[in-house]
Design a binder for this molecule. Structure first.
Ligand SMILES: [Zn+2]
Ligand SMILES: [Zn+2]
Length: 327
């Protein structure tokens, strides 16, 4: 009788490489799918258990908005002349790349004037600017998690058994406290499920990017053991992990380690940035609390270039400011 196949989980890897167990964390894969969650359910993009009288989070950070600037006739003609020269060169020298002259590069740089894009249909430069006007934007629900659905993946503060994540569904460039960050701003709230009532009509944002408005989803939580990115473990353990993964026909990254998808707890992938430690201003190394993943189904949100938004919090005190990272 053939031996039962060992599924390539973190547990089966740790059985062979026990030293990895010291690096294991509990994660809850949230596995959202479209549905009609209520306030007493864990959900993504669903209604929140919100005591009346508690203020709804409002984003007052500057919003990054794109403005369009018409090119002058001279600028448009200069750009078209360079494009024509390029086409002509390609026609005469098939397969050879066009040598951009310093002069052309200088002219184009001058025309772009630091803008992020050029619309060659309307001949407009597109530029992101910081908009500080307006009374603030009410945030929208992204996630509600009851402790019964993620008992070990979230460090529940005393008296709290509901974790809520909201975000401002707009672009922000380096919002307060989040250097080198581009994306929605995030607020977290911890509550007790014993609190009564719920706000009947939460305020809605008057401006939003559709990619940041999650469709209501129910969750199908699954607790797993998650191992760290290759960059976060000693080299010899990393080599053992890779050997094991190869023997099982899987990748170490994303199979027993850095599990993909919406999740609570666990380890963040470092596939784009390498190891960049996230430290709290109190000095503590912050830990991954929540991951929001881009997808076309389920909540159907897109963060970054179809990436993940990760919320890090301070293990010393959950009230310390959170840290956001997209990759
Ligand atoms: Zn905002
Ligand atoms: Zn701290």
């Amino acid at each position: 009788m053939p031996a039962p196949a060992v599924s390539p989980t973190a547990e089966s890897l740790m059985a062979e490489v026990p030293a990895l167990a010291a690096h294991a964390r509990t994660a809850t894969l949230l596995r959202p799918s479209e549905g009609a969650p209520g306030v007493r359910d864990s959900s993504a993009g669903g209604p929140l258990l919100w005591p009346e009288g508690k203020p709804w989070p409002v984003c007052r950070a500057p919003h990054a908005v794109q403005v369009r600037e018409k090119l002058t006739d001279d600028e448009r003609e200069a750009w078209q002349r360079i494009d024509r020269a390029r086409r002509e060169h390609r026609r005469r020298n098939p397969g050879r790349s066009y040598p951009v002259t310093e002069e052309d590069a200088r002219i184009q740089e001058q025309i772009m004037a630091g803008a992020s894009g050029l619309d060659k249909v309307t001949w407009e430069r597109m530029r992101w600017v910081q908009d500080t006007s307006g009374p603030g934007v009410p945030m929208v629900p992204v996630l509600q998690l009851y402790a019964r659905d993620a008992p070990a993946a979230v460090p529940w503060p005393d008296g709290a058994d509901v974790l809520q994540m909201l975000w401002c569904p707009n672009e922000h460039s380096d919002p307060p406290g989040q250097p080198r960050y581009w994306g929605p701003t995030v607020a977290l709230r911890y509550r007790s499920s014993s609190c009564a009532g719920t706000l009947p009509d939460p305020p809605r944002p008057d401006r939003a990017d559709d990619c940041y408005l999650p469709r209501p989803c129910v969750l199908d939580p699954l607790e797993v053991t998650d191992l760290p990115d290759e960059n976060e473990i000693p080299e010899d353990l990393c080599a053992e992990g890779d050997r094991w993964a190869e023997a099982h026909g899987v990748e170490y990254h994303r199979t027993p380690a850095c599990r993909p998808g919406w999740k609570a707890g666990g380890w963040p992938s470092r596939h784009l940035t390498g190891l960049v430690p996230v430290d709290c201003s109190c000095g503590a190394r912050m830990r991954l609390l929540l991951t929001v993943d881009s997808s076309h189904d389920g909540p159907s949100v897109t963060v970054g270039r179809h990436g993940e938004l990760r919320v890090f919090t301070c293990p010393a005190d959950p009230a310390h400011p959170l840290s956001l990272n997209i990759q």
